[in-house]
Ligand binder design. Structure first.
Ligand code: NAG
Ligand code: NAG
Ligand code: NAG
Ligand code: CU
Length: 244
């Protein structure tokens, strides 16, 4: 309890912008793409990323903006998409990330047409990558998020090589769980035009909606790690990963 109280106090003492954050840029199949600039007007911005307006976390697992953050909108004429072949790697770069406890989750969704006109809350999302508790216990162990911080605040995933060509949104999400019973979700989205690939598409049991996929009573969401610090397993929320 002492630890969590201290962390909470620390989080409140430092400026919000420094305490949290999100995906600032991508490298996709070797090409660099700058992200949306939060805290700036969307007017005139050009990016493959959807709009997101705050470095603060979403703390409600059923929030209406859980899919692509506040406000998740298309950039209109400035909205771009990265064209990339299935099987390629996608690296997301965060700001200097302050949290090391919690999982990293990466999802995609087929827009079934234009992504720029898609409502991200209506899409069927599937998970292509995840990393939870890698070793050790819930409090002192190594987490996916800790590896992200150790790796230049970045995370690299591979798009399943059998995934059918089409228009997709990729959603990177960090779930920080260092505060007892108060999850912090940090999702950001970007648009992809997927080429190559096969005929693969995940079946129903792999598909979820945001909001819808998570609830506070999930073992990995509304969790107090300090009350069970010697636990060495962690249940990553959401569906099973689809590998193609
Ligand atoms: C570290 O991340 C920054 C973006 O935040 C990127 O520009 C730089 O190339 C990365 N460094 C390495 C060694 O990958
Ligand atoms: C976690 O690390 C602290 C500091 O090293 C130690 O006092 C504590 O016993 C450790 N807790 C567990 C459950 O390993
Ligand atoms: C650890 O595993 C047990 C048994 O499967 C499960 O009940 C519990 O919720 C898991 N703990 C976490 C933190 O996911
Ligand atoms: Cu934070």
């Amino acid at each position: 309890m002492l630890v969590s109280a201290a962390l909470t106090a620390l989080a409140m003492a430092v400026p919000q912008v420094a305490a949290h954050g999100g995906v600032l840029a991508y490298s996709i199949a070797g090409t660099y793409y700058g992200g949306f600039k939060a805290y700036n007007t969307a007017t005139g911005q050009v990016s493959i990323q959807r709009e997101w307006d705050t470095y603060n976390p979403i703390t409600d697992p059923t929030s209406s903006v859980l899919s692509c953050n506040t406000n998740g909108a298309s950039l209109g004429s400035g909205q771009q998409s990265a064209t990339v072949a299935a099987g390629s790697s996608v690296t997301a770069y965060w700001n200097t990330w302050p949290h090391t406890i919690g999982p990293v989750l990466v999802y995609m969704a087929n827009c079934g047409g234009s992504c720029s006109s898609a409502s991200t809350s209506s899409l069927n999302w599937f998970k292509i990558d995840q990393a939870g508790l890698i070793s050790g216990n819930l409090v002192n162990g190594t987490w996916g998020m800790g590896e992200l911080v150790a790796n230049n605040n970045s995370w690299t995933s591979t798009i399943p090589s059998s995934l059918a060509a089409g228009n997709y949104i990729i959603r990177h999400e960090l779930l920080a769980i260092h505060t007892s019973n108060q999850p912090q979700f940090y999702p950001e989205c970007a648009q992809l035009v997927l080429t190559g690939g096969g005929s693969g598409s995940p079946s129903g049991s792999y598909l979820v909606k945001f909001p819808g996929a998570y609830k506070m009573s999930d073992p990995g969401v509304g969790i107090d790690i300090y009350s069970q610090e010697s636990t060495t397993n962690y249940t990553i929320p959401g569906p099973a990963k689809w590998s193609g």
